[in-house]
Write a protein that binds this ligand. Structure first.
Ligand SMILES: Cc1ncc(COP(=O)(O)O)c(C=O)c1O
Length: 375
């Protein structure tokens, strides 16, 4: 049978998975242990850390949606990143896009300091430049695209060719676009990572991470580490992600529609110097004219929430300098363009007119303050 459209696969995820009862919605299996009828008679479920029926539905679902072979549900996005980093050994090296989530930067620094797994950062804009950074120690290229928070797109296909040529793993953090807008494995990546806390959960009420991989050896190794290290997702949180995935396509379309309108509006605002938007998805960033406008801007928001996360139905504005990217040393952060005037906007699914009205009234207030400030 041909595969159904991705929107349909999102909606139907986990449905009709329980023929005994006919439950349309998948049950949450809380049991940690599973009975054996005798030696060698397992139902396929033995102990919940290794495999849990609710988590398995989610893991099989995300593997299918990302076009990979297997999925691994983890207790957070950082646990997902740590699972993938556990594939490497002392002496191995990685190349990573330089505009990434600050927490990823922080854990890579820890791996460099504690375990001698070193990372070289690169913009990943030019394949030849990146190729020059590859040494015999290099084992993988790690990409977050669009980059975070500057929203530049990295060409996954080009770097997949480079990775194959040098026998490297290509790992893509697909948190911002989700499998609805981008399926890195179909473009040549080996591993996809998600902070499922974001769009996949979608409601700012579950902390979770997902990994999807392609290739038997790689999948077996990840399954073993997932079980050995134990940072697996709970059955209830797995169920919350299944529920989140059902509406993902609807939400992503609306996030994107709203983000396009907001980006167009921000382009016209004289107190903004740059708008950074990849042209797809719901994430954008912008720079205010002066860094001393940041606090009044945030304080005057009435509808949009100043908070540190993204991908939920409600609009959030984040200040990377002191929030998501604080882990990056100041000088390096500013050199990379994550300056003190930069704000990151996770555009929600509210009626866009209300979001525009909130932004407009903030700029009215900022202009009032500016007119009172002696020049
Ligand atoms: C792109 C990206 N990857 C990974 C993470 C880590 O995920 P979590 O916060 O779920 O541990 C985040 C968190 O903000 C993120 O934005």
């Amino acid at each position: 049978m041909t595969k159904r459209n991705i929107q349909t696969r999102f909606v139907q995820l986990g449905n009709k998975s329980d023929p005994d009862t006919g439950a349309v919605n998948p049950p949450v299996y809380l049991s940690t242990a599973y009975q054996h009828q005798g030696l060698g008679h397992s139902t396929g479920y033995d102990y919940s850390r290794t495999k849990n029926p609710t988590r398995a539905l989610l893991e099989e679902g995300i593997a299918d949606l990302e076009e990979g072979d297997s999925g691994y549900a983890c207790s957070s996005g950082m646990a997902a990143i740590q699972l993938v980093l556990s594939l490497f050994q002392a002496g191995d090296a990685l190349i990573c896009s330089d505009d990434i989530y600050g927490g990823t930067h922080r854990i890579l620094q820890r791996y460099a300091d504690y375990y001698d797994i070193q990372t070289t950062y690169d913009t990943l804009t030019d394949v030849a430049t990146t190729e020059n950074l590859i040494t015999e120690k290099t084992k993988a290229i790690l990409i977050e695209t669009p980059t975070n928070p500057l929203m530049q797109e990295i060409d996954i296909e080009k770097f997949a060719v480079l990775a194959k040529k040098h026998d490297l793993l290509l790992i893509v953090d697909n948190t911002f676009l989700t499998p609805y807008f981008q399926q890195p494995i179909t473009l040549g990546a080996d591993i996809v990572i998600h902070s499922a806390t974001k769009y996949i959960g979608g409601h700012n009420d579950v902390l979770a991470g997902l990994v999807v991989a392609k290739g038997e050896t790689l999948c077996d190794e990840l399954a073993a580490i997932h079980n050995d290290s134990g940072a697996v997702l709970s059955p209830f949180d797995s169920w919350l992600l299944i529920r989140g995935l059902k509406t993902l396509a609807l939400r992503m379309d609306k996030h994107e529609e709203n983000a396009k309108k907001i980006a167009a509006y921000l382009e016209t605002e004289p107190l903004i110097t740059d708008v950074l938007y990849a042209g797809k998805g719901g994430m954008l960033s912008f720079r205010l004219k002066h860094s001393d406008m940041v606090d009044p801007f945030l304080q005057n928001l009435q509808l949009i929430t100043f908070a540190e996360s993204l991908g939920g139905v409600e609009s959030f504005i984040t200040y990377p300098a002191t929030q998501t990217h604080m882990a990056i040393p100041e000088e390096e952060r500013i050199r990379r363009g994550v300056c003190d005037r930069l704000l990151r906007f996770s555009v929600g699914v509210e009626k866009v007119d209300d979001l525009l009205e909130d932004l407009t009234q903030v700029f009215v207030e900022l202009n009032k303050t500016l007119s009172k400030t002696p020049q």
